[in-house]
Design a protein around this ligand. Sequence first.
Ligand code: HEC
Ligand code: HEC
Ligand code: HEC
Length: 437
Amino acid sequence: MRRGTLYRAASLIVVAGLIVCAAMLWRPSIDPLAQAPAVDEASARRGARVAEQGDCAVCHTRPGGAYMAGGLPLVTPFGTLYTTNITPDRDTGIGSWPPEAFVRAMRHGVSRDGHFLYPAFPYVHYSKMSDGDISDVYAYLMSVDPVSARAPENHMMFPMNFRPLVSFWNLLFLRDDRLTDLPDRSAQWNRGRYLVEGAGHCSSCHTPLNFIGGEKGSEHLGGGLVDGWNAPALTGMAQRSNPWTAEQLVTYLRAGVAGHHGAAAGPMLPVSLSLAQLPEADAQAIADYLLSLDSNSLDSNTPSSGPDCEATGAASAGAASRVSAPALAQGEALFAGACAGCHGGGAPMRTIDGRPGLSVVSAATASDPRNLIKTILDGIPMSDRAPSHYMPPFADTLDDAHIAALAGYLRNQACGAAPWRDLQQTVNTLRQEGQSK
Ligand code: HEC
Ligand code: HEC
Ligand code: HEC
């Protein structure tokens, strides 16, 4: 008898568990609109700004492709997926989406037909946005030119190709908690926090990820790795040996060149080009918030969060590991030939535009040589939003040994006592990574 009750209880628990699982794995479809929604123009105008804050076009427009029509491949550790068409085309875009379907996608990462979206779409951050901002982006997207374009098939690895698994990921990492202002902080600080933690989704690159691709909460903004680049720590920026001022941060964030720190390249460049479209007050608010963040992770083992001029590896400093004189001479000669026309002391870029020499920029003082090497390999692509920013890629003109010699020389100029190790191997690895894309 007792045993029968136990069995019944156990099977009830199993059935309940299965029902909970099924409910977790399934979301209802939301009926499509019969006709295109009327667009409120004032809301759409505000939404254009929110779209810049959220970098929607950076991901949803592929190079050479139509605005917001998707198709950009995103390479993740779990496979490659393509951004979708978010123009108001009814068949291939979101033209038939009612507002509540859009809100659900932004806050819960679920598509109109009920399928789970991959968190490469930063809904974990967008869920923190205000209702007003989300409905403004919706109005804006409904006002852009509709384009018929279907995203290519994704190539996600097993088991990640089974979308419902994302619901377990959401359980761990998705908090539907809209940010509310902290009363003891200024309006500017709260605005900065809202932009950084919400639409700006800065932590999606600037926070280290765990093995299932979730941000490590304990190292929030402590520095991350993205597309082979280091996204440096955004904590403790005011306490570094080469500290950032609010003014320098504002210039940097708005796609300018910050004295003593350099300019944005790699995955940060499009972010700064978007921020440049926004009122300067937004960048000032972001700077105010960032400079208030303590260096909670400066003593962690994340290489990207190391302070200026600290070498990776314990015993890196000291005479034995100094770069040899012939290697330095080779680097110097390469610099004179390939780089000095733009970066040398007398170059117009320095004298007229006032750009800092490479010995003070973050790429050269970071504990890790990645960003410097990536900049040399990839260059800085031409953009009609920042015509004077161009730097040619050197991947095809300089071999690994040359780039290693250049990096060794530039590091020596910046941080003579803390040379980088294994440069040629690192160049080789970064080159391979770049080609496998
Ligand atoms: C870091 C890249 C990235 C950014 C930035 C981004 N998205 Fe996306 N978005 C994606 C990817 C990838 C998908 C497709 C996910 C999938 O297929 O599971 C997606 C899907 C979507 C979808 C669902 C479309 C559908 O058909 O299911 C909507 C809506 C959307 N994004 C809106 C936005 C808006 C609005 C912004 C700006 C506030 C934005 N996205 C910014 C990467 C991005
Ligand atoms: C798509 C990934 C990505 C996103 C999103 C992103 N960043 Fe970055 N960020 C980077 C990378 C990569 C670098 C290094 C760029 C370089 O060295 O040229 C960087 C550099 C920076 C730096 C310079 C740090 C230093 O020590 O030199 C600041 C400041 C910064 N980002 C702020 C932000 C803010 C604020 C946001 C959100 C509004 C943001 N980033 C969003 C990838 C990103
Ligand atoms: C045609 C001009 C040009 C040439 C040649 C050139 N660069 Fe650049 N480089 C730029 C521009 C523009 C930037 C963007 C930063 C800026 O606006 O100051 C940049 C940025 C960089 C950065 C990142 C600095 C930062 O501000 O974060 C590094 C590192 C760099 N270059 C190294 C090199 C090296 C090494 C060479 C030679 C192999 C080289 N560059 C050749 C134009 C050039």
